[in-house]
Write a protein that binds this ligand. Sequence first.
Ligand code: GTP
Length: 333
Amino acid sequence: MLFLLKLQLQHLKNEPGTLSMNKDELDITNLHWVLQILQNIEVGLIVFDRNYEVKVWNGFMENHSGISSVAARDKNLFTLLPTLPKSWFQYKTESVLKLGIQAHCNWQQEPHILNFENTRPFTAESELMFQNVTLFPLFSTDKQIHHICALVYDVSEEANNLLKLKTISQTDALTQLVNRGHWQTLFEQEFLRCKRYEDTASVIMMDIDHFKQVNDTYGHQVGDRAIQLIADIILESQRETDVCGRYGGEEFVILLPKTSLKDGVLVADRLRKRIEETPLPLGKEYNDEQLKLTVSAGVAEFSNEFSIAENWLEKADAALYESKENGRNQVST
Ligand SMILES: Nc1nc2c(ncn2[C@@H]2O[C@H](COP(=O)(O)OP(=O)(O)OP(=O)(O)O)[C@@H](O)[C@H]2O)c(=O)[nH]1
């Protein structure tokens, strides 16, 4: 262990801006300190050899894995950490050994390299800890690399903040449905997927009937509540794989992967009925009046004849127009 720590210190000494120490100062007191620092530092530290046998396993690793350093010593890294993506990790390690330089693994490539619990899960997007990992070679006195050091940084807070921002940027604030920009991205991906794999999917375009009248009669706040009510019904009815978006003011889009036109019409009509049967309570201000809302919808199934995703949506839009023309509160194809 001391031998390895000495190697570790030599490595750190060569790194500008990191801990540096005169060799003469490397007496037993200093080593004792260094040992304590490495043991208590809020960064995971693992040293392993070319056979992936663990030689150093610090306090951070003990705390988060539940395996003591004594128990970890000389054990195979992949046995100690069975969820570690083996071939990927070996590939990274090989490059460190071959080139003698550092390798970095960012949480955005591999979010949870080590399957550790997030210690601050209450406001987190994930119950698992997000990590960045740095691997670097440890040169021995014979100038050969016999060992590798892995430093594991807990970046859960940064990752969760970024993921939250990403979710916000993809979500419609009024309804919590996917916003138009993000829906369009997912729709185009589904279009390409269907084209490549000759698969099927359907899209529904839905629009509230006579919505202008709602705004004009009761004001925009009631209009907004009507939009929210319909979004809630859509969200409650959706399957996990459906992608429900707010396309415009009072217009909604629902992408139904692996769904034929016939089933798409069934989904749209079930929603239409549920909306018709769920009036919006207007409260005391309007003598507890209940506002009846209806929607019109158009459904289109994916076709290989569409050259771009927009053609598919145009077909659903044309069907929606037909529903409006034929008297509203109905579904067309
Ligand atoms: N309250 C509210 N109103 C909105 C919002 N976005 C769009 N609108 C209103 O939605 C109304 C849409 O009206 P139209 O496109 O004429 O359609 P419609 O009255 O629903 O008539 P049909 O679609 O033909 O049945 C307009 O009055 C817009 O101002 C929103 O976020 N909140």
